[in-house]
Design a protein around this ligand. Structure first.
Ligand SMILES: NC(=O)c1ccc[n+]([C@@H]2O[C@H](COP(=O)([O-])OP(=O)(O)OC[C@H]3O[C@@H](n4cnc5c(N)ncnc54)[C@H](OP(=O)(O)O)[C@@H]3O)[C@@H](O)[C@H]2O)c1
Length: 236
């Protein structure tokens, strides 16, 4: 991995990347991978857009976060589970002043979640569900996760912060990202542009209702194997 901007640098180590993506307290970062023609999926999943370099950044961004925030659609579509955090990653997180393991937080209106997922069964950290639809959680979900009834996303983000989960990494999906932008809740975007034309059909990294344009300031550009890693701050 090399840095193209702001200063050219070669062979970025994991520590270099952790510094390049330093995650400030109280900040909400969104991470996506997209094809060069703007697709958010290939054959309905993000995996086909990703590669070793993107997976490396994806993992390091998790290592920098108190909480991984993800929409129920992505949890269902991508088959989310609680990932493996080996001793090296746990040690890295301790060194960065974080808990050994991140919390996962799922945003849902319907509360239709697969309770056989490792996010619920034997999760090493209890998963949080931000419930915005006023649906009463079933007993099984209620015992498998902390279900927080919140009126809207802002209150949900506030509830995470209230639990000390202030470095928030949102992994999408597109509907949640657009809603967070519409509510002015996003501080930055980490975007991988994959050197691939997916063709017509797939959606973009945003979906749902239109929102006013949000302007971005480019913080860095990294490159590996033709993949571009763009870090943007949301202006204002
Ligand atoms: N390329 C990438 O980096 C990337 C990243 C993430 C996802 N994806 C792809 O995106 C696709 C999923 O897209 P999607 O359209 O289903 O979008 P999504 O944002 O992942 O999920 C939509 C669902 O999440 C919940 N949700 C989203 N916004 C909400 C809000 N403001 N309040 C309450 N609940 C909210 C709702 O769940 P309920 O239905 O439970 O109410 C909603 O139906 C998958 O195919 C995945 O592969 C790609």
């Amino acid at each position: 991995m090399r840095q193209l901007l702001p200063d050219p640098r070669e062979d970025l180590s994991d520590d270099d990347l952790l510094a390049a993506y330093a995650h400030g307290e109280g900040r909400l970062r969104v991470n996506f991978v997209s094809s060069a023609d703007g697709a958010v999926t290939l054959e309905e999943k993000s995996a086909g857009l990703s590669g070793p370099a993107d997976k490396r950044v994806f993992g390091l961004l998790r290592d920098l976060a108190d909480v991984v925030l993800v929409a129920a659609g992505t949890v269902r579509g991508e088959g989310y589970g609680y990932p493996e955090f080996g001793p090296r990653r746990r040690e890295r997180r301790r060194r960065l002043g974080l808990a050994e393991l991140p919390t996962f937080a799922i945003v849902s209106r319907s509360l239709e979640l697969d309770l056989s997922s490792s996010l619920f069964i034997d999760a090493p950290v209890r998963t949080v569900v931000l419930s915005t639809g006023g649906v009463e959680p079933g007993a099984e979900l209620g015992s498998a996760a902390d279900v927080l009834a919140v009126p809207d996303l802002a209150a949900g983000i506030g509830a995470l912060r209230g639990r000390g989960l202030t470095r928030i990494l949102c992994e999408g999906g597109p509907s949640l990202f657009a809603a967070l932008v519409a509510d002015g809740l996003v501080d930055e975007l980490a975007l991988t542009v994959s050197p691939l034309l997916a063709g017509p059909g797939p959606g973009r990294i945003v979906a749902g209702s239109p929102h006013p344009a949000a302007h971005l300031d480019l913080r860095h550009v990294l490159e590996e194997d033709g993949n571009l890693f763009l870090r943007y701050a949301v202006r204002g």
